[in-house]
Design a protein around this ligand. Structure first.
Ligand SMILES: Cc1ncc(COP(=O)(O)O)c(C=O)c1O
Length: 407
């Protein structure tokens, strides 16, 4: 490292998370300016890592876990290397056994269901509620069998799934609720943070997330000391005993086969600096989302902008992703791309139609609401670096698309 072992200044002007899209004048996502603003604090944390000399599973991870516990209100936060591993470890720590069924919404990121398989279970899919895009309570209830062990509500985009409804179903059938709250940092149901409504949840710090690292990272959050202990051991080869900051703990007995899912100190350093700005970032995201809703709400052809007001639940939105629905999604995405505006499709294929789950025997048509969402939804650029002038340009192009009769 330059400067006597210290990390020096740098420029983030060329940082692009999606390098194939440098040509975009308004990329779907960038955090170049956010990184630049946070860089002095990031440097300070990185220099402490360098001074401390523990580059994996050290003090910065512990510091981040405490800071996140304060921010979310969780009794326990266990930092790991990704949201995906967080899900696998959480399911294992909650006692999932080989062949147990976990009910998962058919509309989500692939990791919600693949984590169930990786933890030894079998995903059983259920359709979603068209407003929240979360699992439908009645569909979840109908999917319960004698082998069901858990239900996994997934909170997508900007709002929570109906967790209370899912908790009712789970209570009736004696099931555990494990939340895929990877996208839901900052979202609370009646004041309780996502991930803490059932037995535990996860956070993803993938760079595009509301709290994004400079690589992969994630966490398990829970109020249960038993689950926290099990996840702590599982992330570190299943070793017993307190192991944070202690790489020498190779002598600790291995109580069950675990993984190497530890969080990197560099990610913890970056996340600590960015956590200080999270409230401001969430506010900024909300300003942009309100701007979009205001400008796009009246455009015929857009079937819907996020329909939060329709939800009679005490949930605060946090705008991770801004999604519109339209019958001509792909044409609109191509039109915007040709004009230098990046968009994204979350998620183009329902989970029950993913080739890796073909052996489960589902067919097209099994979950019509999830399938329609896959065909119609389009995510617009939304991140703290986006100016309202850029958001206005996005709205202007969308307006032109529909006015020109292309929709
Ligand atoms: C709903 C959902 N579940 C799980 C994950 C997995 O998180 P990660 O990408 O950090 O492994 C993500 C993030 O991409 C997600 O959005």
């Amino acid at each position: 490292m330059p400067d006597g072992g210290k990390v020096g200044a740098t420029s983030f002007s060329s940082v692009r998370v999606y390098p194939g899209r440098e040509g975009c004048q308004i990329p779907f996502f960038t955090q170049a300016a956010s990184f630049e603003a946070a860089w002095p604090q990031i440097l300070q944390h990185l220099n402490e890592v360098a001074d401390n000399g523990k580059y994996s599973h050290g003090r910065k991870v512990a510091e981040l876990e405490s800071a996140l516990a304060r921010w979310t209100g969780a009794r326990h936060v266990i930092g790991v290397n990704s949201g995906t591993d967080a899900l696998v470890l959480l399911l294992r720590a909650c006692g999932l056994r080989a062949g147990d069924e976990v009910i998962v919404p058919a509309f989500s990121f692939i990791a919600s269901a693949s984590a169930v398989v990786l933890a030894g279970g079998r995903p059983v899919f259920a359709d979603i509620d068209p407003v929240s895009y979360g699992i439908d309570q009645a569909a979840a209830a109908a999917a319960v069998t004698a082998r069901t062990a858990m239900i996994m509500p997934v909170h997508l985009f900007c709002q929570l799934a109906d967790v209370r409804g899912v908790l009712d179903v789970a209570a009736r059938h004696g099931l555990a609720v494990v939340e895929d709250s990877a996208e839901a940092i900052g979202m609370r149901w009646d004041g309780v943070h996502a991930g803490l409504l059932g037995r535990g949840g996860v956070l993803s710090f993938f760079p595009t997330k509301t709290l994004g690292a400079i690589g992969d990272a994630g966490a398990v959050i829970t109020d249960s000391a038993d689950i926290a202990r099990a996840v702590s051991a599982l992330r570190h080869h299943g070793r017993s005993g307190p192991t944070l900051g202690d790489f020498g703990a190779i002598s600790n007995p291995t109580v069950f086969p675990g993984m190497n899912s530890k969080m990197d100190e560099i990610q913890a350093a970056v996340l600590l600096a960015k956590l200080d700005r999270l409230d401001a970032d969430i506010k900024r995201r909300s300003e942009i989302a309100d701007f979009y809703t205001d400008r796009l709400g009246g455009i015929g052809g857009i079937l819907r902008t996020p329909a939060l007001a329709a939800r009679p639940v005490p949930v605060n939105p946090v705008w991770y992703v801004y999604l519109i629905e339209t019958d001509c999604r792909d044409r609109l995405a191509e039109y915007l791309a040709a004009r230098g505006i990046g968009t994204e499709t979350y998620y183009p294929r329902a989970l029950h139609l993913q080739p890796c789950f073909a052996r489960l025997g589902y067919r097209r048509g099994d979950f019509p609401v999830a399938e329609a969402a896959c065909e119609r939804t389009l995510a617009l650029p939304l991140y703290p670096d986006l100016s309202l002038a850029d958001a206005a340009a996005v709205c202007d192009e969308i307006t032109r698309f529909y006015r020109g009769g292309r929709g």
